[in-house]
Design a protein around this ligand. Structure first.
Ligand code: CMX
Length: 136
């Protein structure tokens, strides 16, 4: 799969309003985008630090993946996303090596990235996202 870098770290928070000021102080940089991803039932807020982003995730529904995560585990690191070139091929490789895919095919996530998730039960407990910026 050979990712080029960590594209972002997703952090589940109860509310963006409470979490954004903390990250703005910590990172010394303003939140540069807030975006709702309807099919994931989340609102996201982004910060850039070097090549990597911090993505805060606020659930818009208790039934969504982040709502369920917070209910079970509380706030905290939700997933790690690796940037790859050739996402479809990377998914084929993951599948061939026995990793369970959540998304068999890429779909469009926040910031227009093409994304796909690997199941935490086959990635040592870490929900893992592979993503590709097709505009690059
Ligand atoms: N990290 C690690 N483990 C996780 C997890 C996470 N983020 N989310 C769930 N799990 C674990 C649960 O603890 C549970 O483990 P146990 O069976 O040992 O208790 C197991 O996975 C099943 O969890 P669940 O609460 O029953 O939830 P589901 O099986 O319905 O869904 C998952 C889990 C990972 C398949 C689902 O959350 C998913 O499809 N995630 C991918 C999409 C996503 O997370 N979108 C939000 C971000 C979108 C964005 O960045 O734009």
């Amino acid at each position: 799969m050979k990712p080029s870098h960590i594209e972002h770290i997703g952090i589940a928070v109860k509310t963006l309003d409470d979490a954004i000021p903390y990250y703005e102080r910590l990172l010394g940089t303003p939140c540069y985008a807030i975006e709702e991803v309807k099919d994931q039932q989340v609102r996201t807020a982004f910060f850039k630090i070097g090549q990597t982003k911090i993505e805060l995730l606020e659930s818009t529904s208790p039934e969504g993946p982040v709502g369920k995560f917070i209910e079970k585990k509380g706030e905290g690191i939700h997933h790690i996303a690796f940037a790859v070139e050739g996402l479809e091929h990377a998914l084929d490789e993951a599948k061939d090596s026995g990793i369970r895919l959540i998304d068999e095919k890429p779909r469009v996530g926040a910031e227009g990235l093409h994304i796909a998730f690997l199941h935490p039960k086959s990635t040592f407990g870490v929900l893992t996202e592979l993503c590709e910026d097709k505009n690059k």
